[in-house]
Write a protein that binds this ligand. Structure first.
Ligand code: HEM
Length: 495
């Protein structure tokens, strides 16, 4: 009796082992690498030495296409092991089919400092706290009604940007666009703004100005090559290397706390008051104090430079491609404005200069397309590979907004029903264009981001034309998001 029970246990264990071996899959291809630095020495050098080597996302795509790599491959990025995904079917398998297994987020030391150890959306593991935040994000904070309510504010801010650009004439884009998007976000969150140098500044809340400047300085730290190198190569020494970041984060959080406390106390005297803005919604959503604070932090970390970088690319690309600018302007000025081409222009910008997708982390042993991905492994979907895969796109190297009205019609729906005559894309085919990612950790701010991009693009097209001062430089720098390598000026003229 005991012997047969033992036999049954052995058989069950053997079964589990076989199931695990089958599930765990075979090792993914791994290009040759140096000891200690691993592939960072090859892939990462493009970030540290901008302009002298292919940036990391391009180098990873080259490796994926080489005989040593593949659509799923392993890279050793300093102290971290990464699984890199370079095709829509690999990304679909990872983030949709195995979505629950790959819903973690690696917490590098700098992100841990900025997020209070992962108290907002930036959590290593999806837990009850993250679920309640994401629910609040989709149903309240960035719901269609909340974003539609803010549209008038976004349009007003976009018009202020255009007035500023036209007042200056030849303008360095990056600071102006950051100010515009920061103001959009701060109007959305606190009903406040900070004027441009070309506007009167009477009555500006100086704490809001300091908050913006501090949030900007935190971003500079988070994207500094030295911080990235310390995160990847010597995470245990980050206590010593991240001192300045800690100071800035403490100041940013103190300023945010003061604004929250004042709202709670009904402090109308500050001039910062809500009328159903995001802070009002946050305070009414039954969240903890930390969730309220770090959701606002996330708005600055995840919601400013992503949008302003996309606008920067859109302006540079349309300065280079005058025909696309003129076509979009005609569409924007039509009576009843045909938004389709304007949206196509934004989608083509997001495809041609694809924002980097944030790394995920495997929560348990799993596989992608049969290749083993052990628990704890960083999983990085390379958006550059998705955007430039020759099998997925017609002429991927050409900037061509009209593709979105032709062969790609219906691939990007802007949250609306697919237009008449749209192609029926499968869920796997859709994974070739995921600027906001897909699955359990996808971007909760997509609706707000798209509304901001549309408001700014329309306002610019309707009131100004722009062209290059010298040669437009479209080279890319790899950071937390993909930005133009140099901050450039364009010439703006009234229509
Ligand atoms: C063009 C603009 C934007 C782009 C391209 C973008 C893209 C992304 C991507 C790729 C991710 C990672 C998703 C994943 O791992 O599946 C993400 C996450 C996130 N985004 Fe955005 N985003 C943009 C704007 C915004 C805005 C405006 C907000 C806030 C209002 C926002 C808030 C967030 C947050 C909180 C997360 C973390 C979600 C989580 O870990 O659960 N993003 N975004």
């Amino acid at each position: 009796m005991a012997a047969s029970r033992r036999l049954r246990v052995h058989v069950r264990c053997l079964g589990l082992l076989v199931a695990r071996l089958v599930c765990a899959g075979r090792p993914a291809p791994r290009p040759a690498a140096l000891p200690v630095f691993g592939h960072l020495a090859d892939v990462g050098v493009g970030k540290l030495a901008n302009g002298f080597a292919s940036p990391p996302h391009v180098r990873m795509f080259e490796l994926a296409q080489s005989a040593q790599g593949g659509e799923v491959m392993e890279l050793q990025m300093g102290a971290q092991e990464w699984t890199v995904l370079s095709s829509p079917r690999a990304v679909h398998d990872a983030f949709v089919v195995k979505g629950g297994d790959l819903a973690g987020r690696p917490m590098v030391p700098s992100m841990a400092v900025s997020s209070g150890g992962g108290q907002g959306f930036a959590r290593e593991r999806p837990d009850a706290g993250l679920r309640s935040l994401r629910r609040a994000a989709f149903t309240e904070l960035f719901s269609p009604a909340q974003v539609a309510r803010a549209r008038v504010e976004l349009d007003a801010e976009a018009e202020a940007l255009v007035r500023h650009l036209l007042a200056v004439g030849v303008v360095e884009l990056r600071p102006a666009l950051r100010r515009c998007v920061c103001n959009m976000v701060v109007r959305y969150a606190f009903s406040a703004r900070v004027p441009y140098a070309t506007e009167p500044s009477d009555g500006t809340d100086e704490r809001v100005r300091e908050l913006m400047e501090t949030a900007d300085a935190v971003w500079e730290q988070l994207t500094a090559p030295a911080i990235t190198a310390a995160d990847l190569l010597a995470p245990t020494l980050a206590g010593a290397t991240h001192g300045e970041l800690r100071k800035l984060v403490a100041r940013r959080d103190a300023l945010l706390r003061a604004l929250i406390d004042e709202r709670v106390a009904g402090g109308a005297a500050s001039g910062v008051r809500g009328d159903g803005d995001m802070l009002d919604r946050l305070l009414g959503a039954g969240l903890t104090d930390a969730q309220v604070l770090y959701s606002l932090v996330d708005l600055f970390i995840a919601g400013v430079n992503t949008v302003s970088a996309t606008l920067e690319w859109a302006l540079l690309l349309t300065a280079r491609h005058a025909h696309a600018q003129a076509t979009a302007r005609r569409a924007a000025l039509e009576p009843g404005a045909d938004l389709a081409y304007v949206r196509a222009l934004i989608d083509e910008t997001l495809r041609f200069k694809p924002p980097l997708l944030l790394p995920r982390m495997a929560l348990r042993d799993t596989d992608v397309l049969g290749f083993a991905v052990p628990a704890g492994r960083v999983c990085f979907a390379n958006s550059h590979a998705l955007s430039f895969g020759a099998a997925q796109w017609t002429e991927p190297e050409r900037f061509r907004p009209s593709r979105w009205l032709r062969e790609e019609r219906g691939l990007s729906t802007w949250g609306e029903d697919a237009p008449a005559g749209a192609h029926a894309f499968t869920s796997e085919e859709r994974a070739k264009f995921i600027p906001f990612s897909i699955g359990q950790r996808s971007c909760p701010g997509e609706r707000l981001a798209r509304a901001e991009l549309e408001a700014a693009t329309l306002a610019l097209l309707r009131a100004a034309r722009w062209d290059a001062v010298g040669t437009v430089d479209l080279r890319e720098a790899y950071s937390l998001t993909l930005v133009p390598q140099s901050s450039q000026a364009l010439r703006f003229q009234p229509l």
